[in-house]
Write a protein that binds this ligand. Structure first.
Ligand SMILES: NC(=O)c1ccc[n+]([C@@H]2O[C@H](COP(=O)([O-])OP(=O)(O)OC[C@H]3O[C@@H](n4cnc5c(N)ncnc54)[C@H](OP(=O)(O)O)[C@@H]3O)[C@@H](O)[C@H]2O)c1
Length: 274
């Protein structure tokens, strides 16, 4: 299968390609090769590309930035997705749109594929708007807090926290909210299955256990043998002051993934060098 990939240099895209490149033929696009906000460019580039499926990962992903750069976030996440879908449909090809647990409000967990989105921040709002554009026309795959093998290009939350602890920086982490970390290699294997069992439906590819961020921080400190005492618990309300609102209890799960086993955070982290 020829798989065209937007956001191929990003945290998730770069690892998916690295892991699966021996088995599939990828056509990776950076924003320089294919600016998804430029309708004409999207048409030209996709017309000239032989692909069976477009894996669309490119996005404006700065959650706090999206609150002040609303137009940019909207143009990339919503209009960019619309431009791609139009060309994919014209070419009669398939598309997988990668979305996020941030489409949910995080108020009454858990959230599965049947739950109704209600984003609380602008980033989540743009990702949900794009979902509504592609719904029933492309596959929507929601992921949550991806982490995995460290990349120089964009560190994941594990590496960012590790770096702070190595600098002996005291950190506060929330003890009354939840997140669901997801090992990127599991996402890659789940996507590989879904690409070959394609249906324009919604799927969640997420870790099998949720944690408070404070627990996650403590697990990371232990794994890298760094001082966990630098991490202090704080409340969601206190931590979110001056930041974009995020879903408080992002306990995201799946009722449809019976095809790819997904690791807990402890299991995924254990595979990374300490
Ligand atoms: N990271 C998370 O915590 C998380 C959680 C849930 C869902 N997601 C979703 O997963 C997907 C991948 O996330 P990620 O963390 O890998 O993102 P990322 O590392 O921030 O990478 C996003 C990529 O989007 C590309 N991009 C930005 N503007 C573009 C444009 N105008 N045209 C074409 N490409 C453009 C960038 O390409 P260049 O580098 O070439 O400029 C960048 O590599 C996104 O759709 C995101 O919403 C992420």
């Amino acid at each position: 299968m020829n798989i065209a990939v937007t956001g191929a240099n990003g945290l998730v895209g770069s690892r998916i390609i690295e892991l699966l490149k021996s088995k599939h033929s990828f056509i990776p696009f950076s924003s320089k090769d294919l600016d998804i906000t430029q309708k004409d460019i999207v048409q030209q580039v996709l017309d000239a590309t032989e692909f069976d499926l477009l894996l669309h990962l490119a996005a404006y992903t700065n959650v706090d930035g999206a609150e002040t750069e609303k137009e940019k976030a909207h143009t990339i996440n919503v209009e960019g997705t619309r431009n791609l879908l139009e060309q994919v449909e014209k070419a009669g090809k398939k598309m997988i749109y990668i979305s996020t647990d941030f489409v949910f409000d995080g108020r009454i967990p858990p959230f599965d594929e049947m739950s109704t989105p209600n984003p609380v921040g602008y980033y989540g709002q743009t990702k949900y708007e794009a979902e509504q554009i592609v719904k029933d026309k492309a596959m929507i795959v929601r992921i949550s807090y991806p982490y995995g093998y460290p990349s120089d290009k964009k560190p994941d939350f594990v590496q960012r926290l590790r770096q702070l602890l190595e600098l002996n920086k005291p950190i506060t982490m929330i003890s009354d909210s939840a997140m669901t970390p997801t090992f990127i290699d599991d996402i890659a294997l789940g996507l590989e299955y879904l690409a070959t069992h394609y249906k324009p439906e919604i799927y969640h590819l997420v870790g099998t256990k949720s944690y408070t961020p404070f627990e996650v921080g403590t697990i990371i400190a232990k794994h890298y043998e760094l001082p966990g005492s630098l991490i202090m618990p704080t409340t969601y309300k206190e931590y979110m002051k001056g930041k974009a609102e995020r879903p408080q209890y992002s306990i995201i799960m799946t009722s449809k993934n019976i095809f790819t086993p997904m690791k807990t955070f402890e299991e995924g982290l254990a595979l990374l060098d300490s």
